[in-house]
Design a protein around this ligand. Structure first.
Ligand code: CAA
Length: 387
């Protein structure tokens, strides 16, 4: 087993680290405070190829592999979790989803501007009344009488980058009688008539990642903008989420790493009872526990990325590896940010340091792209074959 990275993987990691540390980290508190969308930083990520890392260069991306994507996500998330959320949905749910299931024309038209960072992509599965039970969606797409279009009506909620997205991968019911097999996927241009955005959601964390409800009223999608066959939408959604969950695992690792490194610095500087607090065994135990979980989370995330690369050759699923990585890394992010804040005491609770932001940001990693409960269901079902 070889734990080393290729030159290309290290190169993209270093590019991501430079932008993250020079541009994103110094502005992260501002964007968190104001909730503004960090357009300028996202533009820089796009110029560096970081908004479409696995997309081939002919479609505007960097043409790199899943491990490169994980390494770059870790770096960006270590500077700011919200930036890595925008990056993750754009890269994986939108671009990689269309690359896997789109036609040649769809890739040229709809992947190229998003992978190159000129436009933002989003993914719309969740609805006000359906979250974990995604297949219970109500948003409807009905074929027009002449067969050339689908007419879409309904709402989608919690849409990451919804307030700014130019394109959206939408899942809607084409045949409600068939349940999950009656769902189809579509490509939405948000500038067409019938597309509306709701208010931007005020959130606990990842505040610079804009989230809103979107609504369709008699929105017309040309048949050529359906992704995959009619009725294949749920499989597209689940398969795209498998890849997305690796990105969230990487995000959780980056965030946990930032909190862990801050804690290690602090325990060496801060003195109490006449000695650095890092000399006390109760603090040492926290450092050791954080380090073990962080390393394990990173390795599980890299294993999932590796499994995804193998799956591209064999066609196998990598759902278990992705869910194991997402579950463990997100719970690690909660654990590590909590311990790091505790080590910092009052300073950790203050907005003068980023610890309280790390702590708030960590929570979402246990919720989106499938809650921890859903990851446990996926893992247990795959392991036992029982439902
Ligand atoms: N890949 C391909 N196909 C898959 C699949 C996968 N990973 N998982 C399931 N399928 C297929 C199944 O094989 C099945 O098809 P067949 O009958 O032909 O075999 C079909 O899909 C239905 O599968 P299930 O019966 O398992 O479906 P279910 O209704 O029981 O749901 C679930 C399973 C795991 C609970 C699923 O609904 C789920 O993952 N829910 C969570 C939804 C979620 O993660 N939402 C996140 C929203 S997006 C987001 O958060 C983005 C963001 O903002 C950052």
């Amino acid at each position: 087993m070889d734990f080393s990275f290729t030159e290309e993987q290290l190169m993209i990691r270093d590019v991501a680290r430079r932008i993250a540390q020079e541009k994103i980290a110094p502005t992260a508190a501002h964007y968190d405070e104001t909730g503004e969308f960090p357009s300028e930083n996202i533009r820089l990520l796009g110029e560096a190829g970081l908004m479409g890392i696995e997309v081939p260069q002919e479609y505007g991306g960097a043409g790199l592999d899943a491990i490169s994507y994980v390494l770059a996500m870790i770096e960006v998330a270590a500077a700011d979790c919200a930036h890595s959320t925008i990056m993750s949905v754009n890269n994986t749910l939108y671009c990689n989803g269309l690359l896997k299931f789109g036609t040649e024309e769809q890739k040229r038209k709809y992947v190229t501007p998003v992978a190159s960072g000129q436009a933002i992509g989003a993914y719309a599965l969740t609805e006000p009344q359906s979250g974990s039970d995604a297949s219970a969606m109500r948003c409807r797409a009905v074929r027009s009488p002449d067969g050339s279009h689908y007419i879409v009506n309904g709402k989608k909620s919690w849409i990451t980058s919804g307030p700014v997205a130019k394109y959206v991968m939408l899942f809607a019911m084409t045949d409600p009688a068939k349940g999950a097999k009656g769902i189809s996927a579509f490509l939405i241009d948000t500038e067409r008539e019938g597309f509306h955005r709701g208010k931007t959601e005020p959130k606990l964390g990842i505040r610079a990642s804009a989230t809103c409800e979107i609504e369709f009223t008699d929105y017309r999608v040309p048949v050529e903008d359906r992704i995959g066959e009619e009725g294949e939408g749920f499989k597209v959604a689940m398969s795209v989420l498998d890849a997305g969950r690796i990105g969230i695992a990487a995000q959780a690792v980056g965030l946990a790493r930032a909190a862990y490194e801050a804690a290690v610095r602090y325990v060496k500087e801060r003195k109490s009872f006449g000695q650095p607090i890092g000399s006390f065994q109760m603090i040492q135990a926290k450092i050791a526990d954080m380090k073990c979980r962080l390393d394990a989370a990173e390795l599980l995330t890299l294993r999932a990325a590796w499994a995804k690369q193998q799956a591209a050759k064999t066609g196998a699923r990598f759902s278990t590896e992705a869910s194991v990585a997402k579950l463990f890394a997100s719970e690690t992010a909660m654990f590590v940010t909590h311990q790091a804040l505790q080590i910092h005491g009052g300073m950790g609770y203050s907005k003068e340091m980023p610890l309280e932001r790390y702590f708030r940001d960590a929570k979402i990693t246990e919720i989106y792209e499938g809650t921890s409960e859903i990851q446990r269901i996926v893992i247990a079902r795959n392991e036992t074959g029982l439902r």
